[in-house]
Ligand binder design. Structure first.
Ligand SMILES: *[C@@H]1O[C@H](CO)[C@@H](O)[C@H](O)[C@H]1NC(C)=O
Ligand SMILES: *[C@@H]1O[C@H](CO)[C@@H](O)[C@H](O)[C@H]1NC(C)=O
Ligand SMILES: *[C@@H]1O[C@H](CO)[C@@H](O)[C@H](O)[C@H]1NC(C)=O
Ligand SMILES: *[C@@H]1O[C@H](CO)[C@@H](O)[C@H](O)[C@H]1NC(C)=O
Ligand SMILES: *[C@@H]1O[C@H](CO)[C@@H](O)[C@H](O)[C@H]1NC(C)=O
Length: 595
């Protein structure tokens, strides 16, 4: 009965609207406007996402509205009146309605050439191998493709967009990821600083400060549908990198209060008591499926019988997304307490993760240092104390003497999770251990690398050893983890771990280089089983770009560019051989350099 809704239909519709609006929180009305009713939850979002009009569910929630949210919602109600109550409109009709009322994704950006871009940053001179030098030069040039500047209209009419307005242009990961991502930015900013794009890096940091000011923390990415969860908190380490690179201590002093505010958010909203220690876990504050993966979340949750179970499932998915490792067997706990299973076994909120606690240790330590620059002794001492408390927690809850390494802790079964995850070694990255234990830890780590055969993979250290089909599992290898492993092993200041670090750096740069030569692209993830192979699996297509992969290569070339080469590198046979290989590599590359 188009155009003539009966009283009954009207009542039903009101009830339905009530259903969508009544329970739970979908976004924070203090930080998100009426656009949350379109992009974060409700009948419009559900109808469009379930119709599967685009291959990638993220496409729709990134499209700009042609009219304001209330007008759009009204137009949608009018559209739905053409169909029987309870029936779903045909896919073609939904697609047409969306095309009539939304703009294609990506219209919020304008052309931008960073004013601090330079074709030949000094890092190039440090790289002795000609092929690697060319590689670095190409990667430096890719920043131009990954830059995004918002049009003024986003600031003037934020309600028409899902994107969160920020003042300064950003470098994004690439592919489907058109907006800033929180933890990605750590490796992107390291790369930018090596490319001497200091203004761009500083602009991104200032964006983050304004975001903490507005939201109280940093969302997963720069869209309102990410605004109820964060990602591994690396803003403070980003600022530390910036301050160390530029020598600009004033920047540390002027930003320390905002960094402390973000740290306090993690302390108050993300911690639980475990064995008498305050430990951090991942979580999410919103109800319902992830708007950007709405259909996927409904599908994986379809076998749960009760609303509460489905809601729990959504929370676990979003908590895993907050970890940045979406998804991984790392977050599965099945009925037997092991890591086999699928997304219905996600128990992210019941797992104490190694890297998160080590990162918070790092945050507190840096914040203490910055308060020292400011001359605020009270806060300098306070944050040092926080860092010591995290260190104690990491030792008591996460260090596992039997395994000889740090392990995630399962709060359901009250036991360590003795599975390999690259993050098991993450405390090495920020030196989250007592200095007196360094040598002991180096011995344990060497043993662990041998036991787990971490040195046997031609394409890099796998994320886990379990092949679940999820993208943060075997055989995928991710740049940020290769970076933290290499830096962590180097930090141990032990000849053996230093040799492994160098070998892994050689392998990683060489593999990325091979893939780049073959395809002309940098990838979001690579393959452990093949030097130069790139990864797959998970819930979306393989992405190219790619911000953090590029940043990591530049960082490794900055550290090892005088020794590693495009032609060498081998696999396996730790210790003696690795040391020998490193020496030979060094000699060969010096020879090459002098010829
Ligand atoms: C969507 O995916 C299908 C199957 O993978 C593919 O054939 C099609 O070209 C894709 N459509 C678009 C618009 O990318
Ligand atoms: C942190 O948790 C408190 C209390 O649970 C809540 O009121 C507040 O909104 C949360 N903060 C943020 C930024 O989500
Ligand atoms: C939902 O999750 C909470 C927290 O993990 C748990 O205590 C509760 O039993 C779960 N409820 C159901 C119905 O699964
Ligand atoms: C749990 O253990 C039982 C008994 O060994 C087995 O039959 C079952 O398949 C296991 N469940 C999972 C999810 O591994
Ligand atoms: C784990 O410890 C908690 C808190 O001490 C306790 O409530 C729970 O029953 C324990 N669970 C198991 C499986 O032992």
């Amino acid at each position: 009965m188009p155009g003539h809704p009966s009283m009954l239909l009207l009542t039903l519709r009101v009830l339905m609207l009530y259903h969508y609006q009544s329970h739970g929180t979908f976004y924070n009305p203090n930080t998100v406007g009426r656009n949350g009713e379109v992009y974060c939850h409700g009948r419009l979002l559900e109808t469009v996402q379930m119709a599967r009009i685009f291959n990638d569910s993220k496409t729709f929630v990134d499209m700009k509205m042609k009219q304001n949210p209330d007008a759009t919602l009204k137009l949608f109600d009018d559209f739905m009146e053409k169909y029987e109550q309870g029936s779903t409109p045909p896919k073609e009709d939904v697609l047409k309605w969306v095309e009539d009322n939304f703009e294609a994704r990506g219209t919020e950006f304008e052309q931008w050439i960073p004013d601090d871009f330079t074709k030949s940053p000094a890092i190039l001179n440090k790289i002795k191998d000609k092929d690697f030098r060319n590689f670095a030069e190409e990667l430096n040039g890719i920043w131009l493709e990954l830059g995004r500047k918002m049009k003024k209209d986003v600031a003037d009419n934020p309600e028409l967009y899902s994107i969160i307005h920020v003042e300064n242009p950003v470098i994004v990961p690439g592919g489907r990821f058109l907006e800033f991502y929180y933890w990605d930015s750590y490796w992107i900013i390291r790369g930018l600083l090596l490319s001497e794009m200091t203004n761009t890096a500083q602009g991104m940091l200032k964006n983050f400060f304004s975001i903490v000011d507005r939201f109280g923390f940093i969302p997963n990415g720069g869209r309102i549908y990410y605004s109820m969860r964060s990602q591994p908190p690396l803003l403070t380490p980003m600022v530390k990198t910036f301050v160390d690179t530029t020598g600009n201590k004033q920047f540390a002093i002027s930003s320390v209060d905002i960094l402390a505010r973000e740290f306090d958010y993690w302390m108050t909203n993300h911690t639980v008591m475990v064995k008498g220690h305050r430990m951090a876990i991942y979580g999410d504050q919103s109800s319902g499926p992830r708007p950007e993966s709405y259909r996927e979340d409904i599908e994986t949750g379809k076998d749960f019988k009760t609303e509460q179970e489905r809601e729990n499932h959504s929370s676990e998915l979003k908590a895993a997304a907050e970890s940045g490792m979406d998804f991984s067997s790392r977050w599965f706990i099945n009925e037997n307490g092991t890591n086999e299973g699928d997304l219905t076994n996600l128990k992210t909120r019941s797992i104490v993760p190694v890297e998160l606690n080590a990162i918070l240790y790092w945050n507190a330590k840096i914040i203490s240092e910055f308060y020292g620059y400011k001359g605020d002794t009270l806060k300098q001492v306070l944050y040092l104390k926080y860092s010591e408390e995290f260190l104690k927690g990491v030792e008591a809850v996460l260090w596992n003497e039997e395994a000889g390494i740090w392990l995630d802790y399962d709060m359901i079964n009250n036991k360590s999770r003795n599975y390999f995850v690259a993050t098991n070694l993450s405390p090495l990255w920020m030196r989250c251990y007592l200095p007196a234990r360094r040598q002991l830890i180096a011995n344990h780590v060497i043993k662990y690398i041998e036991e787990q055969k971490l040195d046997d993979y031609p394409g890099g250290v796998p994320t886990t050893m379990l092949q679940s089909g999820e993208q943060w599992d075997w055989p995928n290898v991710w740049a940020p983890f290769q970076h933290l492993l290499i830096v962590g092993l180097d930090n141990l200041d032990d000849d053996r771990t230093k040799a492994v670090a160098q070998e892994w750096a050689q392998r990683w740069v060489q593999g990325n280089h091979i893939a780049f030569i073959e395809t002309g692209a940098m990838f979001e993830k690579y393959l452990a089983t093949e030097l130069g192979g790139h990864g797959g699996g998970g819930e979306y297509e393989v992405q190219k770009g790619f911000g953090w992969s590029n940043g990591v290569i530049l960082d490794l070339l900055d550290r090892y560019g005088s020794t590693i080469t495009a032609a060498s590198g081998k696999v396996g046979k730790l210790s003696v051989y690795t040391g020998l290989a490193a020496i030979i590599t060094t000699m060969l590359s010096s020879v090459r350099w002098f010829l």
